[in-house]
Design a protein around this ligand. Structure first.
Ligand code: XMP
Length: 319
């Protein structure tokens, strides 16, 4: 008779047995997997756990604050919040190749993480949110890096470099089971039900090159889109939804004037595992409402388009 409560107790016992009185570091990203690992470990070993949140400045609007607020202020988990936005954005400036962006972000992530881990005196263990599908198959993202660095949050190579052993309490679970475990651990629904978000964040949603200004424009449009999706009660029916800021300016008209601003692409898909996906069928009234709000409220965007490509042949992300 298998229940999530029993799994939780067993997982906690296993972690305690593995870790003893050793110190553990956990890289927190704000995603479901690392959040569940952090809360589970905190329950298992309390203050022996320190979380490191590398804020690369490529998160959605207010997300960094939400992550820090939940884990540090609500759960009282020792958490190092590294504001590394300048490091990442400076390194990305002028770079428009999607793979180079990913590699740059992955490399910097490891460097920053390693430095912070040293600052707190290192640890014996590194906790990771590896899931069962990561263990059994090599998922490689279309045009993206291979599994070992599926995302830079799976800090590949770090454990060996830093001489740390791995703690991977989710190794036997599928995504929906991780969500169930998160609920069992009392994680807020807003975290447990969160759409997947790529490790390289908004950098791969700014095709053609990243800048602070573009990221700022994108964040605002994305927040409006997600706000309307939530208000319409559609969030849970969608696998992933996000805005993309295209490196194209088009002519528009506002009041008496001509505008020449960026185009915003909107994407929403349904999927089971991210490997295939269908574009989400919004009604046109909804899309019109989102478009009007974005163009009216976000300076820098004067046109909105909706992506009606499924995967394959498209990918979910635009790069
Ligand atoms: P694609 O665009 O390949 O995306 O259809 C499939 C899923 O993978 C996510 N994705 C990434 N996640 N690092 C990540 O952690 C990446 O470099 C990356 N590229 C794509 C994407 O958001 C979708 O959920």
């Amino acid at each position: 008779d298998w229940t999530m409560a029993a799994f939780r107790d067993e997982a906690i016992a296993k972690v305690r047995a593995q870790v003893g009185d050793g110190r553990v570091i956990c890289g927190l990203s704000g995603g479901v997997d690392s959040s569940v690992v952090a809360v589970l470990l905190h329950e298992a070993i309390g203050e022996q756990l320190t979380c490191i949140f590398v804020d690369h400045g490529l998160m959605r609007l207010n997300e960094a604050e939400e992550v820090v607020g939940l884990f540090r202020d609500h759960y009282n988990i020792p958490l190092v919040h590294v504001d590394a936005a300048d490091t990442f954005i400076d390194a990305l400036t002028g770079e428009s190749d999607p793979e180079t962006k990913r590699k740059t972000i992955g490399r910097l992530f490891i460097e920053v993480f390693e430095e912070e881990a040293k600052k707190i005196g290192g640890a014996d263990f590194l906790a990771q949110g590896t899931l069962y599908p990561d263990v059994i198959e090599s998922v490689s993202f279309t045009g993206g890096p291979s599994v070992t660095i599926k995302s830079h949050h799976n800090v590949g190579g770090l454990p060996e470099r830093m001489n740390m052993k791995l703690v991977e309490p989710l190794r036997e679970l599928f995504k929906d089971e991780v969500r169930a475990l998160g609920r069992e651990l009392g994680l807020p629904e807003a975290f447990v039900g969160r759409h997947p978000f790529p490790g390289p964040g908004l950098a791969i949603r700014c095709p053609g090159g990243v800048s602070r200004e573009k990221l700022d424009i994108l964040r605002q449009a994305d927040a409006i889109y997600l706000d309307e999706i939530r208000k319409a009660g559609l969030y849970d029916a969608i696998w992933q939804a996000f805005a993309v800021l295209l490196p194209v300016q088009t002519v528009g008209v506002m009041g008496d004037g001509r505008t020449y601003e960026f185009v915003c692409g909107l994407r929403a898909v349904t999927s089971v595992d991210g490997m295939t996906a269908d574009f989400f069928h919004f009604d046109m009234e909804f899309l019109g409402r989102v478009s009007a709000r974005i163009v009216n409220e976000v300076r820098g965007i004067n046109r909105v388009v909706y992506d009606v490509t499924s995967k394959p042949p498209g990918t979910i992300e635009w790069e």
